[in-house]
Design a binder for this molecule. Structure first.
Ligand code: RB5
Length: 180
């Protein structure tokens, strides 16, 4: 069965969530709306509830990826990143949308309903959905995140001396002269 995109918001993110849903429907992209509905009661629409629905589905491998929108996107990203295997990226530009897929293999996109303009937000969403992970060199960094997450799941704090992690070559375009 085809996995769907899980999308959630709080009251402050509701308007932008509906615009994202309009975009997904226009492209026939299957999605699951995890709430909230247009409820003005911010007490019942606290963002951690909705972040948990989306991040839980991503963490369990039930979702293709996730989209989370609150006022700033910040609270959503903080909550989502507590879930194992989740790499939630709070972004505010199309360049960040591209790079967090290419380098971080982000699996949840977080945006701010009060901070992102509608047109930029839809562009960020489109870029996020259409950019593949680059792999190679970046696997080394993602492996370190995974290692730290697993270690700290046992109540310990992960630390490691910086060392070389060779998992592939950097793209030529990423090699730059640091002296300039
Ligand atoms: C709720 O007003 C607000 O705190 C929330 O939407 C979000 O911006 C938190 O990070």
């Amino acid at each position: 069965m085809e996995k769907k995109i899980y999308i959630g918001c709080d009251t402050a993110g509701y308007g932008l969530k509906m615009q994202c849903i309009e975009y997904l429907e226009s492209k026939d992209i299957p999605y699951v709306d995890c709430g909230c509905d247009n409820d003005p009661d911010i007490e019942s629409t606290r963002y951690p509830f909705f972040a948990a629905r989306v991040a839980g589905a991503v963490s369990k491998g039930e979702a293709e990826c996730g989209i989370l929108i609150c006022g700033t996107g910040l609270g959503m990203s903080m909550m989502a990143n507590k879930f194992p295997g989740v790499r939630a990226a709070m972004i505010s530009s199309t360049y960040q949308a591209k790079m967090t897929r290419l380098h971080n293999d982000a699996n949840i996109l977080c945006m701010g309903g009060r901070t992102a303009g509608e047109w930029e937000a839809i562009d960020m969403l489109e870029t996020f959905l259409n950019t593949p992970y680059d792999g190679g060199f970046h696997d080394g960094s993602l492996n370190l995140i995974k290692e730290a997450e697993e270690y700290m799941g046992n109540g310990k704090i992960w630390e490691k001396e910086p060392c070389k992690i060779s998992t592939g070559a950097l793209k030529d375009s990423e090699i730059f002269d640091r002296k300039k």
